[in-house]
Design a binder for this molecule. Structure first.
Ligand SMILES: Nc1nc2c(ncn2[C@@H]2O[C@H](COP(=O)(O)OP(=O)(O)OP(=O)(O)O)[C@@H](O)[C@H]2O)c(=O)[nH]1
Ligand SMILES: [Mg+2]
Length: 551
């Protein structure tokens, strides 16, 4: 019934609408007239669709050309991507950066507590005999501190005997509250439903170890410590590709409390940990007028600061203990070079009214999970009005499968390779040298055809740590035999890395015209990084316009 009535309704409505009435077929239309009317309508629709398409295209194109630049930050875990974002924030939205400072307290506290636990674990008497790298017949770095004596068996005497730390039991007992605090901070910072809330490798990863390349067998059947760079493009389906997220992570050993040793805390992007921590507790004081920060946490007896404050003298005593330092040297733990190192500033960090400084926030270590988007509007200079979307990705192997969907729309990549890590292994796979992983990752990125037109900027990062490491006598050639007998100074080593990464790009890029911009960086250094960031911004904008043939 409703169907039969329909034409009448349409006609009635159409007659009350002059446009619809004009479009209605004439009452006595012939077949020819009908055909030409329908043809005219089809032609008109085609023109109209074309106009719509043009409008859509122009809108997208205008957005890309003028208003927005999309940048992807890539690199292995701990390469400095999130630190780089913090520098962008500091430069372009300092008030937001400062407003979040207090929230970083939780992370800084956790970083400090982690360092303390790493020391306690290293002092444990039974750890003297476990998993010493010397057991695997690895050559020792002769550049290690002089206290290392190479024995006839190739093992340092001190590693066999192990320096006794008489105060070990006392330290462990008095610092026990920190271990409970660690659990609390982890719970505070991680989501309970997180697939992988903590994913650090064993603490040994913080101690530089000789690299083992299992792909290259030495003459005596032992692995040769060298860097292996595959010459073929990384197939995305290859299970060994550093880009595809495959991980051969070994399980972390657990300590006597059953807690996974050295697992790293990651906060998922969906969790508003900054808010929950900065406003948590029973803060009583009014909002600080100038900084937007909530103060008064020190009046809350449950705030973590009280445990830290009470333990501070013992932490300090342990960190200054000569026997402890000796033991750490034997274990090859250079905590000063590890992420989130605050042990040299215990009194300041554990003060009741401690507010993290910019430098503290830049040093704080929190692993990224997933892809985090940051938007900045540049309000001055030649890039005025341009909106920057910067994507910060998780860099550990099991996070890398999330990268590829972002390859299509981006204008530029900033790739970070921490070149100080030549004597370290991946947290997620202690069989892979970090520098080798960076080189493979780099090769995968620069050879990728999807990225052929994308501008690429390379940050050879952590140059400050590289300098310190070389000054401490650690020799690159002991970990990378291709370095040969070149001088072990900063200039030679950094030049070598610059050439190595540059040559690899040149060899595998699908776009021979692409210019590569390489910077030696220490992204924790605000002044130098600000200059580099503004150069990079100009390079990216210029490269972008060139790609779109606008200059
Ligand atoms: N000394 C020094 N430390 C750095 C430098 N760059 C980064 N760091 C520190 O290294 C640690 C790791 O840096 P992040 O920025 O968290 O690394 P990431 O690349 O984001 O790591 P994922 O999130 O796991 O992918 C942090 O504690 C940083 O403060 C540098 O150039 N020098
Ligand atoms: Mg990160």
């Amino acid at each position: 019934m409703a169907k039969q009535k329909q034409p009448d309704i349409t006609r009635r409505r159409s007659l009350s609408d002059p446009l619809a009435a004009a479009l209605l077929p004439p009452p006595n239309e012939t077949d020819d007239e009908r055909e030409s009317r329908l043809k005219a309508a089809t032609d008109a629709k085609r023109v109209s669709d074309g106009i719509d398409e043009m409008i859509r295209y122009e809108r997208t194109h205008r957005k890309r050309n003028r208003a927005e630049v999309q940048v992807l930050l890539l690199g292995q875990s701990e390469s400095g991507k999130s630190t780089c974002i913090k520098q962008f924030q500091l430069l372009h939205s300092p008030s937001a950066f400062h407003a979040e400072r207090i929230a970083w307290r939780a992370v800084i506290y956790l970083n400090l507590v982690r360092s303390v636990r790493r020391i306690l674990d290293a002092l444990e008497p039974e750890t003297e005999t476990i998993d010493d790298p010397a057991d695997e017949g690895e050559p020792y770095s002769l550049g290690e501190p002089a206290s290392l004596i190479i024995s006839a068996t190739g093992r340092p005497e001190s590693a066999i005997l192990g320096t006794k730390v008489p105060n070990y039991e006392g330290y462990r007992r008095r610092l026990q509250p920190l271990m409970q605090l660690e659990d609390r901070l982890i719970r505070l910072l991680s989501s309970p439903d997180e697939d992988e809330p903590t994913h650090f490798g064993p603490w040994e990863n913080y101690a530089p170890q000789p690299y083992t390349a299992y792909l290259n067998q030495g003459r005596n059947g032992r692995p040769t410590p060298t860097i292996f760079i595959p010459q073929t493009q990384l197939a995305s389906s290859s299970s060994s590709s550093p880009l595809n997220g495959a991980s051969s992570a070994t399980s972390s050993p657990t300590n006597s409390t059953g807690r996974s040793k050295g697992n790293e805390v990651a906060v998922h992007i969906s969790r508003d940990w900054k808010k929950s921590f900065s406003l948590g507790g029973k803060a009583k004081s009014p909002k600080s007028a100038h900084s937007g920060e909530i103060e008064g946490w020190w009046e809350d007896p449950d705030d973590p600061v009280h445990v830290l404050h009470a333990c501070a003298p013992y932490m300090q005593e342990m960190w200054r203990d000569k026997k402890v330092r000796e033991r750490l040297r034997e274990k090859r733990m250079r905590l000063q070079e590890s992420s989130g190192f605050y042990l040299d500033e215990i009194p300041r960090i554990t003060a009741k009214k401690y507010i993290p400084t910019d430098a503290d926030v830049l040093k704080a270590r929190l692993k990224t999970m997933g892809v985090v988007e940051h938007t900045f509007s540049i309000s001055s200079g030649s890039n005025r009005g341009v909106q920057w979307k910067i994507f910060d990705v998780g860099g550990s192997r099991n996070q890398r499968q999330a990268w590829a969907p972002y390859f299509e729309d981006i204008n530029a990549i900033i790739f970070l390779a921490p070149i100080s890590a030549f004597d370290q292994v991946l947290a997620e796979d202690p069989h892979v040298n970090r520098l080798e992983d960076s080189l493979q990752l780099w090769q995968g990125v620069v050879s990728n055809k999807l990225l052929a037109k994308v501008n690429i900027v390379l940050f050879l990062n952590k140059c400050d740590l590289l300098l310190a490491k070389l000054d401490a006598g650690v020799r690159l050639s002991h970990h990378m035999i291709s370095y040969g007998d070149r001088p072990n100074d900063y200039d030679s080593v950094s030049k070598y890395f610059r050439n190595k990464f540059g040559a690899l790009h040149h060899a595998v890029t699908p776009n021979k015209d692409r210019e590569l911009y390489i910077h030696l960086t220490a992204v924790t250094d605000t002044r130098r990084t600000a200059t580099i960031i503004s150069n990079v911004r100009d390079i990216i904008i210029k490269g972008n316009l060139k790609t779109m043939k606008l200059v």
